[in-house]
Design a protein around this ligand. Structure first.
Ligand code: BTN
Length: 253
């Protein structure tokens, strides 16, 4: 495959692999360079968040992980998922699509999930690493999704007539990621916060949230500089670092 890694690190390519995130974790034991990429055409054990699986059919999606060295700055870890979300939404707009970000890690088109991000932390004798796994549905038809996913998932091809050339898509995504990553040394989302907020599918919506098995609900009023969700409950505003959101009704001010 003709791929460029603008991060100047190695690219590991596989036809089939269990999970690009799991392989990346093993690589951390060999001290990979910042920006190392692992990509596969198929995953047999694709992983999603919260112990879910990620459907990773051959030649249909983009399955890759990027390894970042972690300089003990936890806030950088927090902001990576929003940064990646922005890099992806920029690219989807080039395909005349109108993507939305569903905090914390989903990209939606027409309210259906087209991409998921799974960032994992890995300690090794060489230091700490963050592995960001990105799954994008490129060429799936509705029939490629199982019954459970059919109402919730979509692909780029389902939504546009523009031809997607896989390598071009990956190279542009890596390039977008590089630009955002280089502009984000401050570990704060501040320069991108307005953009991130405008792209949110949850803004001004009433939601219920599961956080570590505990339920809460309220209205989403925005995000902070670390990408935490700001939830207005009955009597206060709480900042939430991660959780599973379910949309209730449209919030009317
Ligand atoms: C989610 O939405 O739950 C996150 C999905 C992340 C899927 C990607 S595909 C590449 C990488 N390898 C994995 O096993 N998972 C991530």
């Amino acid at each position: 495959m003709d791929l460029n890694n603008i991060f100047g690190a190695r690219i590991y390519e596989f036809e089939t692999i269990s999970s690009t995130n799991d392989f990346s974790k093993q690589l951390c034991m060999d001290n990979p360079k910042n920006g190392t990429i692992v990509i596969a055409n198929e995953q047999t054990k694709g992983k999603g968040r919260l112990g879910k699986t990620w459907s990773s059919i051959k030649n249909k999606g983009l399955y890759f992980s990027i390894i970042f060295k972690c300089d003990n700055n936890k806030s950088k870890y927090e902001t990576l998922t929003p940064i990646i979300s922005l890099a992806i939404t920029d690219l989807l707009k080039d395909y005349s699509l109108n993507p939305k970000i569903k905090w914390p890690n989903d990209i939606l088109i027409n309210n259906k999930k087209v991409c998921g991000i799974l960032c994992e932390f890995k300690q090794s004798p060489h230091g700490n690493f963050i592995i960001c796994g990105i799954g994008v549905n490129l060429y799936q038809d509705i029939s490629d999704f199982n019954e459970e996913l059919r109402d919730k998932a979509t692909s780029i091809s389902i939504n546009t007539n523009i031809k997607i050339i896989r390598n071009e898509f990956i190279n542009n995504l890596i390039s977008n990621l590089h630009v955002y990553y280089n502009n984000f040394n401050s570990s704060s989302l501040k320069p991108f916060l307005n953009k991130y907020t405008e792209l949110s599918s949850l803004l001004n919506k009433e939601v219920s949230l599961k956080i570590n098995g505990y339920d809460t609900s309220g209205n989403v009023i925005g995000f902070n500089e670390l990408g935490y969700l700001l939830l207005k409950t009955e009597n206060k505003v709480i900042e939430i670092s991660s959780g599973e959101v379910t949309l209730k009704n449209t919030y009317k001010k």
